[in-house]
Write a protein that binds this ligand. Sequence first.
Ligand SMILES: [Zn+2]
Length: 239
Amino acid sequence: MEYISNDQLKLLIQIQEKDSYISEIVDKQKTIPDILASIKGNLDKAQAELSNANQEYDKASKDRRDLEGELKSTEDKIRKLKERIPEIKKNTEYHALLKEITVFEKEKSDIEEKILILLEKLDTLKDVKSKEEHTVKEEETKFLEKKGKIEADFNHLSNNLKELESQKASLSALIDTKILAEYNRLIHTRRGLAVVSIQNEHCLGCHIRIPPQIFSEIRKNDKIISCLSCQRILYWKPA
Ligand SMILES: [Zn+2]
């Protein structure tokens, strides 16, 4: 037990208050990246869906180009076969040629039907694409709005932090260096809590019961009395 003036104990209590606020703010700031990641979830999902829609649309467009190529080559074959008609003399050759043309005409009509189906699909995919683009824009706006608020909160907390640090520095300058060193040691070894009040004759740091004789000493609030169990500095706060 070390006798100190009432002012020194008051200062310690105030410094502890500042430190508790500081660690609260630091903890809050640490959660911000997770909060940002969680509010980005909807935007990420919308972007992934848009990318899928784009891929599907591009694939269907490529299929359409391929089929149009096939259609052109089939049409060329039919045209070349038809060009041969005037040169044909024999009836059997003529029928064979017509049969060949019919096969390619059927092929041509199959390709045309496939192209029609694909054109309908492309229309639908185009709608899906523009719907997803719209969703992405909406989610982007929402995300940026929330992000802006979170960043403003973060800046507000940072300003509070600076203010608290400077108040703590001013208070610390008034404290006896040995007492301050002990305080800092406890802050680091006792999870940020070096000075605690007692409640119902119990230490609020470790909840052990304070013996009656020590309790009456603590009530005077005029010396540093450490908890026998957790070594935190104890003080009396009248209800
Ligand atoms: Zn204790």
